[in-house]
Design a protein around this ligand. Structure first.
Ligand SMILES: [Zn+2]
Length: 416
């Protein structure tokens, strides 16, 4: 099989080059920044579409701005296996988050063509237009358009320049009112499989190139506001203070303790403090809390304990507390038979010994979460250096892309 391994090696090298080339399409000269409905979005779609076209795929752009390619099956009534990820980036992002999941399947199509394989399904590749939500603040716009979850009030979302989503779509040549036309019929779809860099260190720590995702963590986000009494740092006795910053500190430590006990992820990532002066006791503190797990029940139970502890701390310190839920997304489980099939593909591709593929949880959200509303969904994670993402230092190695292509090839060709 020297030819096949050569072919995969060449295609893996091409994937690395293609990620570099896409990474140059940016709104900034200094870093990668490619947001929804910009001319760079258009340029990235054009580039991807050209690569798909070169590989004998029929290509189109849908009503929300996702780019598509199809490798047609000989059976016109076949369903489609959709592979893909997103082409937008965060500000100062990396070259692989999202892009790898679009480009690797294009390389897979080239391998399928070279081997003259006939697939019993259409192989569709999608490059989603807006996953990160960088421009309009709402994530998964591209994939949610396919699932009928597009909502009328999103028309008025505005970007930093005050341009509404409706207007930006018009400027791009799209019609907000027509977005639901790109809704997919679940009956036409076999499954959706997303390949994505891990964005965490688990694969690296286990010395593995790829792993199979079992679930995407659900997340709740809250804003906690504390009101106390500002006062002079030199005159108010320690025991008489209503210090919101000290209260917040105790709460943040409590959140960490309960999360560790419940094996969920809790993060306080933002804090605002007032008056925030060197010689004044803090009278107002506000902080965020992000709590995640693949088990909604465990997460909610832990959150309940945390909030109850927060209330006790506030009471003890004579602080007024208010909590506001700003985001609530349930965990999404990947489809078991796709987990099994991807795991088997890892074994057949000699990535893991017989005792099964490495399974892991996704702590970050992905387009697969939206797609799970309408079809069976699977995810393959690829090792990235030190788990770094959303950062120009994001890095993968060509050998891991080879492993990815081997697994995807086994996944689409092995049928028991
Ligand atoms: Zn991503």
């Amino acid at each position: 099989m020297k030819n096949l391994s050569e072919l995969i090696k060449n295609q893996a090298a091409w994937v690395m080059e293609a990620c570099d080339r896409l990474g140059k399409i940016s709104q900034s000269n200094e870093y990668i920044d490619r947001q929804y409905l910009t001319k760079e979005h258009r340029a990235a779609n054009r580039q991807v579409s050209e690569w798909m076209h070169t590989n004998n795929m029929h290509t189109w752009e849908d009503g929300v701005g996702n780019v598509w390619g199809r490798l047609e099956s000989n059976n016109p009534k076949a369903k489609s296996l959709i592979m893909g990820s997103h082409l937008d980036t965060v500000v100062n992002g990396g070259r692989y988050d999202g892009m790898l999941g679009v480009i690797a399947p294009i390389a897979l199509v080239e391998i399928v063509n070279s081997l003259e394989l006939e697939l019993p399904f259409h192989l569709d590749i999608v490059g989603f237009c807006d996953e990160e939500g960088t421009r309009f603040g709402s994530t998964l716009l591209g994939s949610r358009a396919l699932t009928g979850k597009w909502q009328d009030d999103w028309a008025d979302f505005t970007d930093a320049d005050g341009i509404s989503l409706r207007q930006a779509m018009l400027d791009f040549g799209l019609d907000f009112e027509q977005v639901n036309s790109c809704q997919l019929n679940p009956e036409d779809i076999l499954a959706f499989v997303e390949t994505h860099i891990e964005q965490g260190p688990v694969l690296e720590n286990n010395d593995l190139p790829v792993g199979v995702v079992t679930a995407i963590a659900g997340a709740k986000r809250l804003i906690i506001k504390l009101e106390g009494m500002a006062g002079h740092a030199g005159t108010v006795p320690m025991k008489r203070r209503q210090d919101t910053l000290v209260g917040a500190s105790e709460m943040i430590l409590a959140a960490e303790k309960y999360a560790l006990q419940a094996n969920v992820l809790a993060t306080v990532g933002r804090i605002t403090n007032a008056p925030n002066a060197i010689n004044v006791i803090s009278g107002y503190t506000e902080f965020s809390l992000d709590i995640r797990s693949d088990n909604d029940h465990a997460r909610d139970k832990c959150l309940e304990l945390i909030i109850s502890k927060f209330n006790k701390i506030a009471e003890k310190r004579s602080l007024t507390i208010s909590t506001q839920l700003t985001h609530d997304a349930p965990a999404v489980l990947c489809t078991q038979h796709l987990i099994d099939k991807l795991a088997q593909a890892c074994y057949l591709a000699n990535i893991v010994p017989e005792d099964g593929a490495f399974e892991l949880l996704s702590g970050a959200g992905h387009d697969a979460m939206a797609m799970a509303d309408i079809c069976e969904t699977g995810m393959l994670f690829v090792r990235c250096e030190k788990g770094i993402s959303h950062n120009p230092k994001e890095a993968i190695i060509v050998e891991d892309v080879e492993a990815t292509l081997k697994v995807l090839l086994k996944f689409i060709t092995h049928h028991e």
